[in-house]
Design a protein around this ligand. Structure first.
Ligand SMILES: [Fe+2]
Ligand SMILES: [Fe+2]
Length: 145
């Protein structure tokens, strides 16, 4: 599978995990909600880490553009990460209202972010990365980084 397809699939997997945690919170099944949200958070932060440590640097090296899309994506990761941390606190306190309201904001940000990557950045990476660099980032992804 191509790089963009695999990363897009990771976005979808994270969405599905979030829906499960949201459903558990709505039903106030707290133990399950905590486990599902931890899965979502781990997967999402691991995906951000891969992009920041491997994909974005490869794009920056290939294009010389460090103040462009990758800068915006890193900033958005930070915003989403902060909301995830706040949601963890709400979950610890078993505060359904706060969790669901933060979750709405977080998902809007995450969906907009993912769309920009899928429609623009991942495609640019596939076009711009030299073959060797493309193969290298793909390999790291497939090894589960
Ligand atoms: Fe991202
Ligand atoms: Fe992403």
């Amino acid at each position: 599978m191509r790089l963009s397809q695999q990363l897009t699939q990771q976005h979808r997997d994270c969405d599905a995990q979030y829906s499960q945690s949201e459903a558990a919170v709505a039903k106030e099944v707290w133990q399950e909600a905590k486990e599902r949200f931890a899965d979502f958070s781990d997967k999402t932060l691991q995906h951000f880490h891969y992009e920041e440590q491997h994909l974005f640097p490869a794009f920056e090296a290939a294009t010389g553009i460090t103040e462009g899309p990758t800068k915006v994506m890193r900033y958005e990761h930070e915003q989403i990460h902060k909301l995830i941390d706040k949601m963890k606190e709400a979950l610890e306190q078993e505060d359904k209202e706060v969790f669901l309201s933060l979750g709405e904001s977080m998902m809007i940000l995450l969906q907009q972010h993912n769309m920009k990557e899928e429609q623009m950045l991942y495609r640019m990476c596939e076009m711009q990365l030299p073959r060797e660099s493309y193969e290298a980032v793909l390999k790291v992804l497939e090894q589960g980084a």
